[in-house]
Every structure is written in structure tokens, then in C-alpha cells.
Design a binder for this molecule. Structure first.
Ligand code: 7TS
Length: 398
């Protein structure tokens, strides 16, 4: 597996444990980017020459590949965006005002990434709605029971990550979605951290909208997708205006192209779409039960090794999907990360764009190790050994 990632040839000694921030890229994705720029480079949805047609067809084939990846019913339900953040903001800005009226409630978990928190906080303020934040579990996961208890007839939107980015907990979206739908509300799912670790099915989970990023699923940066149910996307106004998103423009007024082009103003990230299609093909070729079993083993191995070090608090549970967050009492997470970096171990330390969660955990930050398809037991062991050494270095051995 590692051989498919040229990055590791360049960094033979690096322990890369920051895949939740961004994944490394397999050769197949790099080849797709090069092939586009060297063979197929033409703009889409406009040229009348054969190359422009074939590139447009391939761009639309990439959309179909993404639709199949999340099991959308129609390819038109996939809007290409810059990533999860842009997808969620698009829903908040376009669908939000249609769905949320003064006095309504928007429900989120305190464990959300800021990208799935601030857009709803801002929407609530703009619409005179109540922004309701469900407490997390003591270990920093989204608490489905706490969310369920806060769903009311006024809940117009539930925005929730299928897998959270600090502790990697999996949220049973379908059960919550059924409850929200029964009250006439809608469900927005942040799939940034689920799509790299498990097959997703937007229909089975009951998502009205689903967002994810290419760069976290072994694809390029600057591309991602928004899935939206066709009947909702149809009603929604565009939020950006310009080329390729119109039907007809006169001095007096403009009308819009059908979905999804209505939401794709301007020249899109064509190379990114081709790279994402290659990443999706790469992921679909994996044997998921083997991948899950491997990642589970790595998570359990790291949790056990960290738990054996005095003063280490590990967040989340052993069921977490490829993510282990922890702290070492008496050592600031940034100092620990710097110590680890000196040993060629790349982890993320910080608030992980989840300040409301950090506040509830009562810490400024955590150290987070996150795994990808290329992570190994040796990576885990080097990290655990280095954390034990850091304890001696910063605190002395007693
Ligand atoms: N939602 C979740 C759950 C995320 O983990 C991230 C990125 C985003 C949304 C935003 O994705 P973007 O591609 O639009 O930036 N999370 C992280 C992280 O955990 N470390 O760096 C980026």
C-alpha cells in the first residue's frame, strides 16, 4: 500500500499521523491530474470542438463517480465545491433561509468542526432562530442521546458530523434523521471524516445534504462535493453568479441553469474533479472489511500504549475511526507536538477547529494522531515510544 504513495519515497523516515488534516495521494490520483493537464486540458460546458466535448463528458463522468461513491440516486444531486467547508456554507446560505424562520431551532453537537458549527450559528442569528448546542460525551464524542433529547417540533435543521474530527466517534445518523424528519426538519451531514474510513450511503443514512472533501479521501485539495436531495436543490437559489450557471440573461433579469450547474458558477476545478474521480476509484477498489480491521487494530494498539503512560488522557473510544486524541498532563500539546516533530513524527496539536468542544473538555488543545490506508504498526510504536520519552524529557522520571 505504501508503495502506491510517492510521498513516502520522499520521506522514508517520516511517521505521518495527520491524515485527518489531509491524506497523502496515491500515484493513480497524481496520474489523473497530469493526464488532464497534459492531454485533456480544455474548459468544460462551453467549447464546441471535440476536445472540449470529451473533457466535458469526463467531468460529468467524475460527477457520476462521486454520486456512486456516496450512493446518490442521481448524478445531478452532486455539486462540485471546494470542499466540505464550501458545501456546508452553500447549504446554510441557500437552503438555510428557506427552511429556518424566526423562532425555529437549529441543532448541532458541541463536537462539530467549526465548518459545521459557525455557518449554522450565523444562520440562526440572521433568521432570529435558536442555535441549540448538544453537549458531547465526557470523552469528547458527539452524544447521540443528548442530540435526540434536544430534537423538538421547532428543530428545522440538524447539522452533524458522521464521524467527528477530534475523537473519531461514529454517529448513528439514521436514527437521528428519522427523528428530525418526523418533526418536519432537515438533516445536514458532514462527511469529511467518515468518507476516508468507511463506505457511505446518503440514502440509507437519511441525509438531506451531505458534504465531503477530496483531499481527505486521497484526492486533490480544492475539490469536494455537496450531495443534496434533488427536490431541495431544485428549490434553492444560487449563491454565486457568473458564467455557466445561467439559462438566459437580459438587462432586466436572469434565469438559472438546472441543478447542479446552477451552483457551479465560473470555470470549475476540472483537474480536481478528475483527481477526485481517481481517488474514488482507488477507495472503491479497497476491501473495506480489511481496511476497517487494520485501522481498528492501529487505534486499539495506540490507545493501549498511551494508556500505559502515566499522565496520559485518551479521548474518544476504542470504536473511533482512525483518530486518537490525547493529552499528557503537565505538557502543553504544542510542546509535545514539537518534541514529536524533532523525531520526525507528524501529528496535529491544537483545538482542531473545535473550540466549543475544547471548552467542554476543559483543555486548550489536544494532540491528535490520525491514520490512513498507509499507516503501520511501526508508526504507532514510534509515536508511543516518543510520547513516553517526552514524559521523561518534560517532567522527569519519578
Ligand atoms: N468537517 C470536519 C469533520 C473536518 O474534519 C474538517 C477538516 C472540515 C469539516 C473542513 O474540511 P475542509 O476540507 O473544508 O477544510 N478537518 C481538519 C482537521 O481535523 N485538521 O485539519 C483539517
Amino acid at each position: 500500500m505504501r508503495e502506491q504513495f510517492p510521498f513516502f519515497t520522499q520521506h522514508p523516515n517520516l511517521v505521518y499521523l495527520d491524515t485527518a488534516a489531509t491524506s497523502q495521494k496515491p500515484q493513480a490520483v497524481l496520474d489523473a491530474l497530469t493526464a488532464y493537464y497534459t492531454q485533456d486540458n480544455a474548459n468544460v460546458h462551453r467549447g464546441l470542438y471535440r476536445l472540449a466535448y470529451s473533457t466535458t463528458e469526463r467531468y460529468e463522468a467524475a460527477r457520476e463517480a462521486v454520486a456512486a461513491f456516496v450512493n446518490a440516486e442521481h448524478a445531478e444531486e452532486i455539486v462540485f465545491t471546494r470542499g466540505t467547508t464550501e458545501s456546508l456554507n452553500l447549504v446554510a446560505q441557500s437552503f438555510g433561509p428557506l427552511a429556518v424562520q424566526p423562532g425555529d431551532e437549529i441543532l448541532v453537537s458541541a463536537a462539530e468542526h467549526h465548518s459545521n458549527f459557525i455557518p449554522w450559528q450565523q444562520l440562526a442569528a440572521a433568521r432570529g432562530a435558536r442555535f441549540v448546542v448538544a453537549p458531547p460525551t465526557p470523552l469528547g464524542d458527539t452524544d447521540p442521546a443528548a442530540l435526540a433529547a434536544l430534537i423538538t417540533p421547532r428543530t428545522k435543521l440538524l447539522a452533524v458530523a458522521q464521524v467527528t474530527n477530534v475523537s473519531g466517534g461514529l454517529v448513528p445518523v439514521r436514527r437521528l434523521a428519522d427523528q428530525v424528519h418526523a418533526q418536519g426538519g432537515f438533516v445536514v451531514v458532514d462527511g469529511a471524516q467518515s468518507t476516508p474510513h468507511m463506505p457511505v450511503d446518503v440514502q440509507a443514512m437519511g441525509a438531506d445534504f451531505f458534504a465531503f472533501s477530496g483531499h481527505k479521501v486521497y484526492g486533490p485539495t480544492g475539490i469536494g462535493a455537496l450531495y443534496g436531495r434533488a427536490e431541495l436543490l431544485d428549490q434553492m437559489p444560487p449563491v454565486q453568479f457568473g458564467g455557466e450557471m445561467i439559462d438566459e440573461v437580459t438587462d432586466a433579469k436572469s434565469t438559472w441553469a438546472p441543478v447542479p450547474l446552477k451552483f457551479e458558477a465560473g470555470t470549475p476545478n476540472i483537474a480536481g474533479a478528475f483527481g477526485l474521480a481517481a481517488a474514488v476509484a482507488f477507495l472503491q477498489a479497497q476491501d473495506w472489511s480489511t481496511v476497517r480491521a487494520r485501522e481498528d487494530r492501529l487505534v486499539r494498539r495506540l490507545r493501549a500504549a498511551l494508556a500505559a503512560i502515566d499522565g496520559v488522557t485518551v479521548y474518544g473510544t476504542a470504536q473511533s475511526l482512525g483518530i486518537v486524541s490525547f493529552n499528557l498532563t503537565g505538557v502543553h500539546p504544542h510542546d509535545l507536538a514539537t518534541f514529536l516533530d524533532e523525531q520526525d513524527i507528524a501529528v496535529r496539536a491544537g483545538h482542531h477547529c473545535a473550540q466549543p468542544l475544547m471548552a467542554r473538555l476543559g483543555v486548550p488543545a489536544t494532540v491528535r494522531a490520525s491514520f490512513g490506508l498507509y499507516s503501520t504498526e511501526q508508526d504507532v510504536d514510534r509515536l508511543a515510544t516518543a510520547v513516553a520519552e517526552a514524559r521523561g524529557y518534560f517532567l522527569g522520571t519519578d
